[in-house]
Write a protein that binds this ligand. Sequence first.
Ligand SMILES: CSC[C@@H](O)[C@@H](O)C(=O)COP(=O)(O)O
Length: 355
Amino acid sequence: MSNSGMAIRPVLWDGDVFRVLDQRLLPHKEHYIDCDTSDKAIRAIKNMAVRGAPAVGLTGAAAVALGAREIDARDVDTFMKKFDRLCDRVKRARPTGYNLEWAVEQMRLVVVENLSIGIDAIVEKLREKSEALINEDIEVNRAIGAWGKDVIPAEGAVLTYCNAGGLATGGYGTALGVIRAAWEEGKKFHVFACETRPYLQGSRLTMFELLKEGIPATLITDNAAGFLMQKKKINVVVVGADRITANGDVANKIGTYSLAVLAKTHNIPFYVAAPRSTIDPMKSRGDQIPIEERPGREITHLGGKAIAPAGTEALYLAFDVTPSRYVSGIITEVGIITRPYTRNIRLALQKEAGK
Ligand SMILES: CSC[C@@H](O)[C@@H](O)C(=O)COP(=O)(O)O
């Protein structure tokens, strides 16, 4: 039985306040952070209270809406100059996920297209746009699920990594949206979720969502995936993405590349599920993607406790890049993009949405 009626809302507007579910506390506590300033929303992105590229983008859009009302300007020119600085500040909050840049640009467009209506009306329009982006993202995820459910076997097992679920988006999820849609259709498969060290998006968040949905799932350590593939326990891998370049290279949570190589070695299809707002058409190849480096302390400490000797140097690259040759298809809201990626990504970006 699916509990999908109990939708997870990782981000939402409540009057003039933008609320962010603090994912650092999950699965133990469901607590919302109230963001009534752009600084608070930016901080929630930086400290990963909110995470997952689409949810980060939506929070970035909210940070822009909140920041716009903080701008002190008498005329539209001054407003615009300060607004541009605000947009740059929001974009810098996390560098790898493209959805943040995309969402901020959507907000900038609102201003550019409405310069004549006056500052107060622009500020109101930005708040409306931020809310609309959340609802659109949920629709887009449902379309991704509708296209992607066919890659999930009627029985057998799906491996997923990190958390590309409702929590990582406006709701419903991308990779987990595909899994959810297949489950809603009545398929009887099993999910293996990798823990995803060190933030444990898999054990804390993906398992939280799958249990809520009643989808049968087993948690595995990240380093168990290869052996399970060798034992023919995995039929397909589905993951999310933080940025996809024009040639189909995919940045996603560190460890994704290893899974893709393992999947190819074992002849297992490897799918990436992502909205088109994750596709960065201005970057031609994956090696142009900025890779976020987070504090080593997030590796050496777990739940505030040291798990490595004092003085340990740790390298925490938060994302890696999987070359497109390992990717069987990119599941988007307008269909599954397959090779040749450069041509088919270009065509997908031009398509009307929907299924
Ligand atoms: C729909 S979420 C897609 C990606 O953002 C997800 O797979 C991922 O890598 C999240 O990383 P995170 O560091 O938790 O923000």
